[in-house]
Design a protein around this ligand. Structure first.
Ligand code: SAH
Ligand code: SF4
Ligand code: F3S
Length: 485
């Protein structure tokens, strides 16, 4: 997920290759299982993480995994609804699977995730090849619905739960480098950003039992993993109570509930082992607390990096977006990060260009915010109206596509400029780097990341999972280059 990711790049890519959007598939697990599962996943880390849960559920039913849809008995596509283009990609893939199905009538095709939740039974009607539709909270129902589908009956479950966190399911790691892994700590979202479908596709926010999170992280460490990223749409509102979750009762007068907030959770995971790095995403500017920043400072293994999506640098637009903070509030949070954690702490953002009624001046406020914060990198998009959202109901999507694209290009150019500026500050410094493997560009170089989440490439035959010190000698806007010290 590192680097400059933007709609424009993907649009260019897509012209060449219709399915080239960022996605992940299952690998061949080499098992002799009689039935094979193929999953393709789109969207955010949470979706990739859910596919690992789904794989675990079907493995228990005797499924092996395959990297080729042609060899699969069950094809699942875990989908994203965040922008229109994401849904279009899925429809293209369903067409492709239709071809597979024509050759192999026995195969079951299922749609999972956010698009399943948004479109529900429409998917069964519109896309005739689809046999199963399961929303994000319904995956425990998969074995039952797969069996029914094999008997020729279409199945659907898009029930959204207030409790489901899949806490007891141990995910099967897919596309794993064996060093870094993601752990879902909560599901859903209770915010109502006016542009966003997530509250509708993922339901109410709920936090997972912290002890199951610590257990999962401990097991990963024991297997050789050295970094975990705690995932949630808004990690700062993580809150778990033993009493509320029926894990404890207050019997005597002096009994107290065990209440765990995000800062406590971070500390619990950080204490597993100093060699286990801890990251998290996403922080919401309205909720990130100084307590979290102080906890980050206290533990060397909690990485110095915060993904703090601004979306816009203008207070009026932020209000229309229903982000519930202003430009000044956002800047205050950035100042707190710099005060407590220092200038080296990495900060990244998500930006939306051309939201409803955004003026040129308001767009320039986004550019000036980027100049102020000097983000290390950003995910940048132009606004895509989503059915059912507050913005779709209340505002007109009135910025012409060319204007959206031009503003997005200006945001991308600004990000390049500030990324390079930030990276140049690192030249001459030495960082502790966790090696993740070989460099994709050159085999004789190793690649890892520093605490601030920057990709560092250097010469040396260092096994993955090792910590090394690297002195930075050169950089591009996206990468640092260095030498072992
Ligand atoms: N929970 C995270 C964001 C999850 S969605 C947060 O609050 O920051 C990831 C990003 O997709 C958002 O930050 C936003 O920048 C972008 N996004 C969401 N809906 C969008 C839309 N309708 N059009 C364009 N970009 C959108
Ligand atoms: Fe969407 Fe806002 Fe929730 Fe993020 S915080 S998932 S942008 S509604
Ligand atoms: Fe997409 Fe759903 Fe994630 S809409 S971004 S897959 S929560």
């Amino acid at each position: 997920m590192q680097g400059l990711i933007a709609d424009i790049d993907l649009l260019e890519e897509e012209k060449k290759q219709p399915e080239s959007c960022e996605f992940k598939t299952t690998e061949d697990d080499g098992s002799k299982a009689l039935k094979k599962l193929y999953i393709e996943s789109y969207g955010c880390q949470m979706n990739f993480s859910d596919s690992e849960i789904v794989t675990s559920i079907l493995k228990k039913e005797g499924f092996g995994t395959t990297s080729s849809p042609e060899h699969a008995d069950v094809i699942l596509i875990n989908t994203c609804s965040i922008r229109e283009k994401a849904e279009q990609t899925v429809r293209n893939r369903l067409n492709f699977f239709n071809g597979v199905k024509k050759k192999n009538r026995e195969v079951t095709v299922g749609v999972l995730g956010c698009m399943a939740e948004r479109l529900k039974s429409k998917l069964l009607e519109e896309e005739k090849i689809v046999d199963l539709v399961l929303g994000p909270d319904a995956y425990r129902d998969l074995p039952k619905l797969v069996k029914k589908a094999e008997e020729g009956e279409k199945g659907i479950n898009t029930f959204l739960s207030r409790e489901e966190t899949y806490a007891d399911i141990s995910p099967v790691r897919l596309n794993s480098n064996g060093v870094t892994a993601f752990i879902s700590i909560m599901r859903g979202c209770d915010n109502m950003c006016s542009f966003c479908v997530v509250p509708f596709t993922r339901g109410r926010e709920r936090s997972r039992d912290p002890h199951s999170i610590v257990k999962e992280a401990t097991e990963l460490f024991e297997k050789g993993f050295r970094e975990v990223t705690l995932l949630g749409q808004n990690v700062d509102s993580y809150k778990w109570s033993a009493v509320e979750n029926n894990k404890a009762r207050l019997n005597k007068k002096d009994d107290v509930d065990e209440i765990v907030n995000f800062a406590h959770l971070l500390e619990m995971v950080a204490k597993i082992n100093p060699d286990l790095r801890v990251r998290f995403s996403t922080s919401h500017p309205k909720d990130i607390t100084d307590e979290v920043l102080h906890t980050m400072k206290k533990y060397e293994n909690i990485c110095n990096y915060i993904h703090l999506p601004a979306q816009s640098g203008n207070s009026r637009v932020l209000e229309l977006m229903n982000r519930t903070y202003s430009r000044e509030w956002y800047i205050n949070r950035v100042d707190a990060i710099r005060d407590i954690l220092g200038n080296e702490c990495g900060i990244s953002s998500d930006m939306i260009a051309g939201f409803c009624t955004e003026t040129e001046d308001e767009h320039r406020d986004t550019l000036s915010l980027m100049d102020y914060v000097k983000y290390d990198f950003s995910y940048m998009f132009f606004y895509s109206e989503r059915p059912g959202t507050l913005a779709e109901k209340k505002y007109e999507d009135d910025i012409p596509l060319e204007v959206k694209k031009r503003r997005l290009q200006e945001i991308i150019d600004k990000q390049r400029e500030v990324s390079l500026e930030r990276n140049q500050l690192d030249i001459g410094k030495t960082f502790k780097v966790l090696v993740e493997g070989r460099s994709k560009r050159s085999e004789n170089k190793a690649q890892g990341r520093n605490s601030a989440n920057k990709v560092v490439i250097f010469e040396g035959d260092i096994p993955k999972g090792t910590y090394v010190n690297v002195r930075i000698t050169d950089c591009t806007p996206a990468t640092l280059f260095g030498e072992l010290v």
